[in-house]
Design a protein around this ligand. Structure first.
Ligand SMILES: Nc1ncnc2c1ncn2[C@@H]1O[C@H](COP(=O)(O)OP(=O)(O)OP(=O)(O)O)[C@@H](O)[C@H]1O
Ligand SMILES: [Mg+2]
Length: 254
């Protein structure tokens, strides 16, 4: 059972000498939801790829701690800015694809994919093709596909960056409720301060050249609902994130 993820002095220097990440250290409790923000090029995607095991660090380590010692990479799912659905497969067949690849029997995978589509509000779209969906619906299908294998770790790289702000608010609410229900560890990258503040238990602010962590903010609200974004309480926290981001930009230009 995964207890925490430890990023220990994590560094990634690319082959051309670019120091994308210089010694990032962070502890992620199992079941926590963390958001990474920072100027373009500060190493957010690099960090996410290292946590997900898609890339190896050039220094430091990613450690998955269990109750009795270290674990291998936990069951991990990714979602990206583009939904990356297969255009010739129905929504149901797209969402069932990870189960198909894992060798899950056909009846079970249809059941599990349907249940997840129901959960993201797409039960009426199961037979449609991705081209027949709105951008927000495509994104919900992509989230359903990421979650259908019941991952312990969900990594999201600007997942809702391509949809309009109102659809994004709904997707943020959906993500929060899926997280509360399913209990996976989530790490999400976003450029939206409102999204970071709304979604994150913890907002990690990064700065570029070299990529590193410069601040952490822990948004705490009495209740997260659609009215929250318009409150003074919320504005105070977003201002804190903005100030930290301002410092990241100043450091970049000094
Ligand atoms: N494969 C690569 N080879 C060389 N340099 C790379 C490679 N991938 C990323 N970089 C560089 O590493 C740095 C960090 O890139 P990364 O993609 O992690 O940033 P990011 O914070 O995700 O940016 P964005 O917000 O624009 O997505 C950048 O300077 C980028 O040019
Ligand atoms: Mg990126």
């Amino acid at each position: 059972m995964l207890q925490r993820i430890e990023l220990s002095h994590l560094g990634r220097v690319y082959e051309d000498g670019c120091v994308a990440l210089a010694g990032a250290s962070l502890e992620l409790r199992a079941g926590s939801i963390t958001v990474l923000v920072g100027p373009s090029g500060c190493g957010k995607t690099t960090l996410l790829r290292l946590i997900g095991g898609l890339d190896a660090p050039t220094s430091g380590r990613v450690l998955f701690h269990g109750a009795d010692g270290l674990l291998a990479q936990p069951r991990t799912a990714f979602a990206f800015q583009e939904p990356r659905l297969l255009p010739w497969r129905t929504v149901l067949a797209n969402v069932a694809l990870p189960l198909e690849l894992a060798g899950v029997p056909v009846v079970e995978r249809a059941e599990r994919a349907t249940a997840m589509l129901e959960r993201v509000g797409l039960v009426n779209a199961v037979r449609k093709l991705p081209g027949q969906l709105s951008g927000g619906m495509r994104m919900r299908a992509s989230i359903a596909r990421a979650l259908v294998t019941a991952p312990q770790l969900l990594l999201l790289d600007e997942p809702f960056g391509a949809v309009d702000e109102i659809a994004r608010h709904a997707l943020d609410d959906l993500l929060r409720s899926l997280w509360a229900e399913l209990g996976m560890t989530v790490v999400m990258v976003t450029h939206s301060i409102v999204e970071a503040t709304y979604v994150g238990e913890r907002v990690v602010v990064m700065a570029p050249a070299p990529g590193r962590i410069i601040a952490e903010i822990f948004p705490q609200f009495t209740e997260r609902n659609s009215a929250l974004r318009a409150t003074a309480e919320f504005a105070t926290v977003t201002a804190g994130v903005l100030r930290a981001l301002g410092e990241a930009m100043v450091e970049e230009h000094s």
